[in-house]
Design a protein around this ligand. Structure first.
Ligand code: C2E
Ligand code: MG
Ligand code: MG
Length: 565
């Protein structure tokens, strides 16, 4: 009470007294008016109006049970169930002792019996209720996310852990929810709209856990976590959860995705379960055909393997675990195939996993940008090899190297390549550059700009995997390239699929139009070779001639060719 008495003027809390009896209203006001700003009203309806209007400043409501228009219990129920009002504590006023239990059950903070014959006790009770409510708000603010009102991550885990300890045998699933393409919503419509969307999602998630039981949090900007009783049939249940949450987004085109870790008796740490659910959620990405997925061990093993490869990359470069293989290309313009050049293809001799082919790590390294280091390594190795062969045989053998789509964004790409050429004392035409067609389609202008600069600097560009990247014919015509390399899938069935045969023909025509040679890779049989020759393809690469081989074996092959064996 002392602290209350010392409160400076102007910082008084406001108390609303609702009582239809003038005398009692005034008596109560007289007891409290030195310590609080008092608002008076005599009926339920006007009380509700005042409470709504003053919801941010009102510290307490003293509410008589029997008042006209809207009785005390009804008004109490409204306050307790309204998300904007429920923080305001209510003390019930009545002469009926037996109404006490019901008041408290309905959520009243306390109960004061009439007549008001102990002013000190009344003041103490009022003060106590206000302070309790304020403390609770402070706690709520620290444990809740301000935007959505859901728990924040720290308290969420704390309560989930308590829940787990209390009901030992009840299986609970961990679900991570993400908003698809949220950054675009933010950029296109601004922060206020994005916040509104998050609020709506937060409300729906709150309703969901209220309905099924459990806890919910906003874990970071557009990510939510829910900890709910185990779902038996997830294929039925998860779409239901998703539509419940998306219901609040019906007037938008915004969708969500869910990564789920099902509790099937595994004993793993709570946070780890959520990490796994988050991993699944990330894996779904913005894949529009899937909106949920559940964690499984295979995915985890694959993920761990990828993680391991990423971690091992640096030391692999230092220890030269990457080996460059060479696969010859042959011109088939003349009767007898004539060896023209090589393609450099990387292999990884991992100390634990043995030989790993590029399919397993190129995309992985493209995702995190590590490919730039690996490519630079391969280009250097290839350039050094070109020089070695030139020193041994007296002429240059061109080698094409693969240039990842990621390299195209490197502002120093041209400089890097020029340095490699210079350091190894070879020419720009010796190191041919293969860029996959899908890279052109993904970010055409960027690639085109890069390619133009590369060609201005004397490099030759081969478009790799042509036919897999959906370039527009229009774009093709303006494309600065020096060769078209057809995607392997067309060759595969060329002998027994008339359509593929025709397609190779059409693509060869396109190459003619662009006035560049056609290279066909993946040629494995004599029959394929015969048909490709018939169509008029220029250069062939494939197992029919040779698999990619290490430099030592290839050197032997060159030696034999040179000696005319
Ligand atoms: P790519 O550049 O299209 O290379 C051709 C792939 O076809 C190679 O697979 C090669 O071994 C394979 N191949 C060649 N002839 C035949 C054949 O007759 N039949 C069959 N079935 N396959 C054949 P590889 O070496 O596994 O490389 C796969 C892909 O990985 C390459 O496709 C390329 O996109 C990428 N890659 C390889 N090395 C590098 C590199 O150093 N840097 C970058 N960025 N990507 C690379
Ligand atoms: Mg290639
Ligand atoms: Mg290719």
């Amino acid at each position: 009470m002392q602290e209350l008495l010392n409160r400076p003027k102007g910082l008084h809390r406001t108390v609303l007294i609702v009582d239809d009896e003038l005398i009692e209203r005034e008596m109560l006001g007289a007891i409290l008016c030195d310590y609080y700003e008092i608002i008076y009203t005599d009926n339920g309806e006007s009380a509700l109006e005042i409470i709504k209007r003053e919801k941010l400043t009102l510290s307490l409501v003293l509410l008589d049970l029997h008042i006209p228009k809207l009785d005390g219990f009804s008004l109490l129920k409204i306050i307790r169930s309204d998300s904007e009002l429920w923080r305001i504590p209510v003390i019930m006023l009545t002469a009926e002792k037996e109404a006490e239990v019901e008041s408290l059950q309905l959520g009243a903070a306390d109960f004061i019996t009439k007549p008001y014959d102990a002013p000190d006790v009344i003041r103490a009770r009022v003060n106590h209720s206000i302070e309790l409510a304020e403390d609770r708000i402070i706690i709520l603010d620290t444990e809740r996310d301000a935007l959505t009102g859901l728990f924040n991550k720290e308290f969420f885990f704390e309560y989930a852990r308590r829940m787990e300890n209390q009901n030992n045998n009840m299986p609970m699933d961990a679900i991570v929810i993400d908003v698809n393409r949220f950054h675009i919503i933010n950029e296109l419509y601004g922060k206020d709209y994005a916040d509104l969307i998050l609020k709506r999602i937060g409300n729906s998630i709150h309703d969901l856990v209220t309905q099924v039981g459990g806890l919910a949090c906003r874990s970071n900007s557009n990510c939510f976590g829910i900890y709910v009783p185990h779902i038996e049939n997830y294929k039925v249940q998860l779409p239901m959860y998703i539509s419940m949450i998306e219901k609040g987004l019906e007037d938008t085109r915004i969708t969500i995705r869910m990564g789920v870790y099902l509790d099937e008796g595994q004993k793993i740490d709570l946070e780890q379960r959520f990490e796994r659910a988050a991993l699944v959620c990330r894996k779904i990405g913005s894949n529009y055909s899937t909106c949920y997925d559940v964690y499984n061990t295979a995915l985890h093993t694959k993920e761990l393997h990828s993680e391991r490869l990423i971690n091992d990359m640096d030391s692999a470069l230092i220890e030269k675990q990457f080996k460059v293989f060479y696969q010859p290309k042959y011109s088939i313009k003349d009767n007898k195939p004539v060896f023209t050049s090589f393609e450099a293809l990387v292999r990884w001799y991992h100390p634990e996993y043995g030989l790993i082919t590029p399919d397993e790590f190129i995309v992985l390294f493209e995702d995190n940008g590590l490919i730039r280091q690996l490519d630079r390594y391969v280009w250097n190795e290839a350039a050094a090899q070109i020089r070695k062969w030139r020193d041994e045989f007296g002429f240059s053998i061109p080698v094409s190297v693969n240039v990842s789509r990621v390299d195209a964004f490197n502002p120093k790409l041209v400089e890097t390549l020029k340095n490699i050429i210079e350091n190894n004392g070879i020419n720009n035409e010796d190191l041919l550059l293969e860029i996959t067609e899908s890279a052109y389609a993904d970010n055409s202008q960027q690639i085109i700009n890069t390619v133009v600069v590369l060609r201005d600097n004397g490099f030759k560009i081969e478009m790799d995997d042509f036919g897999s990247g959906y370039s527009s014919l229009n774009m093709l015509c303006s494309l600065p390239i020096d060769a078209l390399k057809l995607d392997m899938k067309f060759v595969k069935n060329i002998c027994n699929n008339q359509k593929d045969y025709r397609l190779v023909g059409i693509m060869t025509e396109i190459a003619r139009l662009l006035e560049v040679p056609v290279i066909v890779e993946g040629v494995e049989t004599e029959q394929q070779l015969k048909l490709l020759k018939e169509i008029g393809c220029d250069i062939i690469q494939g197992y029919y001639f040779s698999k990619p081989l290490p430099a030592e074996d290839i050197t032997e092959l060159i030696r034999k060719t040179v000696q005319g064996e």
